[in-house]
Design a protein around this ligand. Structure first.
Ligand code: ARG
Length: 575
């Protein structure tokens, strides 16, 4: 359930009945302090100002038109015209009960949009590096949240699988095949790309062949096409392996690379020119945008077709936006890529809108993220200054988690240990990224992310197992609890309210593309559970209270597990 949504709707209706416009916003928020109630409506003052009436008087009028019977215990007008909302304990208890009995923790499937999520998007014949890590795991967290809320999600792995570099790559693949290179040599994509480039730069005959292959590939030559396909395949098999290790939901079927849009580009550029948006400039076709200024303060030119006829990254993104609206029939399209691509995305989409390819109602969203930094505050690199390969990073995570778990719990069986190590290692890497506001750079720090204290994966995973062990130690089956949830103690009530705010945090993740909001929620939930557990004995309590507290504990465990699952982080029953 989404308490904020329920209250917003009811108060909005009361505001309209009290004279406000149809599009008025109640601005209901969770209160920061208990004395201001559980929620506050902050929209009264703004609405009153528009109506030209006294805010406190308007607030009273809203209350006169508001029926929250059974939901609230008390409503108060506070300060210049806020409404403080105190929820009914009985209502909270009933809803907690419902959440416990529902498969999806009481979530209402209210959002059923079609949403394209463009994420991960590595480049062919290049190994995925840590830069793609952020896109992959943040994007996947948002995808899971969107699906959980009932949206139809289309994953679009916008793989960099097209461009002039393919001539050189095909020529080099051919050379290797002729020399009977082993699979092994091909598995090191980074080395493959480097060697191809070296040949291209130093061997004139090779370079000539490479240029020839580019032209052939673009004109649909079968041999070049097959060779190109091989390169895509080799790369994606390796990437798929990374996705699996990372517990990321992308599959081979989600690849919608740049090449998909290539056949659409000539018509788009011709249309941009026909509309007078693209103009010729020194042989190239350029769209001048008033909204962006170059360093001389003049409208910035965005090239959509080069002098030699080649298209650009921007042209492809114009086509992708159009395709996602027109063909995929999406309501929203989200792109997860690095902040350095922000201007590029905004320009591509501005051109898309100017050309009338998508309506205003179609939402194009760049969910940008900052860089991953080393402890020295500089871009994350290997000790020798190279880019860190994702696979190596994950290997190191497993190694470190192995040591940690061996110290922490030497009594696990080999099988249990393996599951815990995997969950903690991958979870730690993912959670340390997901828990930070994506727009800022963040420092990658092994010690922090593997700590059992603070807002980390091991802490959250451990919090989950501790609750589960209450049940296993006492031999109680959490699906066979009886009686009603009772919220007599303050700590019980606080916990129930927090549990019922789960959907609000998931909704924010889906709307804003910010998984850290869910991490923060889960971290706070774990903290609130701890203080409940300290203050309210469970197993020694009188039977009806014991059952009620066990129910709250069980719902907490379910919520933690479900929340971590939405972040793509595994839980274990014992660690
Ligand atoms: N392949 C790009 C890169 O590695 C990211 C693509 C992001 N998506 C997009 N539609 N431009 O930087």
């Amino acid at each position: 359930m989404n308490i904020q949504h329920i209250l917003s709707e009811k108060i909005k209706q009361a505001m309209i009945a009290a004279g406000a416009e149809q599009n008025v916003e109640a601005l209901v928020r969770q209160s920061g302090k208990p004395q201001f109630g559980d929620y506050q409506a902050n929209g009264i003052m703004g609405a009153a100002k528009k109506l030209g009436c006294n805010p406190r008087e308007f607030a009273q009028k809203v209350l006169d038109n508001l029926n929250l019977e059974g939901i609230v215990e008390k409503l108060e007008i506070a300060g210049p015209g806020f409404i403080n909302i105190f929820l009914s304990g009985e209502w909270l208890a009933n809803n907690a009960e419902q959440a416990l009995n529902s498969e999806k923790l009481g979530i209402q499937l209210s959002q059923t949009q079609t949403v394209v999520v463009d994420y991960s998007s590595p480049n062919v014949a290049k190994e995925m590096h840590v830069g793609h890590l952020r896109s992959t795991i943040i994007g996947d967290g948002v995808v899971r949240a969107l699906e959980f809320l009932g949206n139809n999600v289309i994953r679009a792995n916008h793989v960099g699988d097209w461009g002039t570099q393919f001539g050189m790559l095909i020529a080099y693949l051919e050379k290797m095949e002729n020399e009977h290179a082993s699979e092994m040599e091909l598995s090191d994509l980074e080395a493959f790309y480097r060697a191809a480039k070296e040949h291209y730069d130093s061997d004139a005959e090779f370079a000539e062949k490479a240029r020839n292959y580019v032209v052939k590939l673009q004109s649909g030559d079968e041999y070049c096409h097959t060779m190109w396909q091989k390169l895509v395949k080799i790369t994606m098999v390796q990437n798929q392996h990374n996705y699996q290790r990372l517990n990321v939901t992308l599959t081979e079927n989600d690849v919608m690379g740049e090449s998909l849009y290539n056949p659409m580009l000539p018509a788009i550029v011709a249309d941009l020119q026909a509309q007078g948006l693209a103009v010729e400039d020194e042989g190239a076709l350029v769209v001048y945008l008033d909204e962006f200024k170059n360093k001389d303060g003049d409208p910035m030119g965005v090239i959509v077709q080069k002098k030699d006829g080649g298209f650009l990254y921007t042209t492809t993104d114009i086509a992708a936006a159009k395709y996602r609206y027109e063909t995929l029939k999406a309501d929203r399209a989200l792109v997860f890529s690095d902040t350095r691509q922000s201007q590029h995305m905004q320009q591509a989409w501005l051109i898309t809108r100017k050309a009338g390819y998508v309506p205003d109602s179609f939402s194009l969203e760049h969910h940008n993220f900052g860089m991953m930094l080393g402890k020295d505050g500089k871009p994350f690199k290997t000790r020798t200054g190279g880019t860190v390969k994702l696979a190596d990073l994950l290997d190191e995570a497993v190694e470190r988690a192995e040591k940690l778990i061996a110290e922490k719990n030497p009594n696990l069986t080999a099988c249990e240990k393996q599951a815990v190590v995997e969950a903690v290692a991958i979870g730690a890497v993912k959670y340390s990224d997901l828990s930070k506001n994506r727009t800022t750079d963040y420092v990658f720090d092994w010690d922090n992310m593997l700590s059992f204290e603070g807002n980390t994966a091991p802490y959250m995973q451990y919090a989950y197992t501790r609750i589960r062990s209450i049940f296993s130690k006492a031999g109680i089956n959490p699906t066979q609890l009886s009686g009603n949830i009772l919220l007599n103690e303050e700590k019980e009530r606080t916990l129930a309210l927090k549990l019922l705010q789960f959907e609000e945090s998931v909704t924010t993740v889906a709307k804003e593309g910010t998984p850290h909001v869910l991490c923060q929620y889960l971290y706070e939930l774990a903290g609130i559970f701890s203080s409940f557990y300290e203050a309210c004995p469970i197993l020694n309590a009188e039977e009806s209270i014991k059952q009620s507290r066990l129910k709250l504990a069980s719902l907490t465990a379910d919520t933690l597990k479900q929340g971590l699952d939405l972040l793509g982080i595994k839980t274990v029953e014992k660690m």
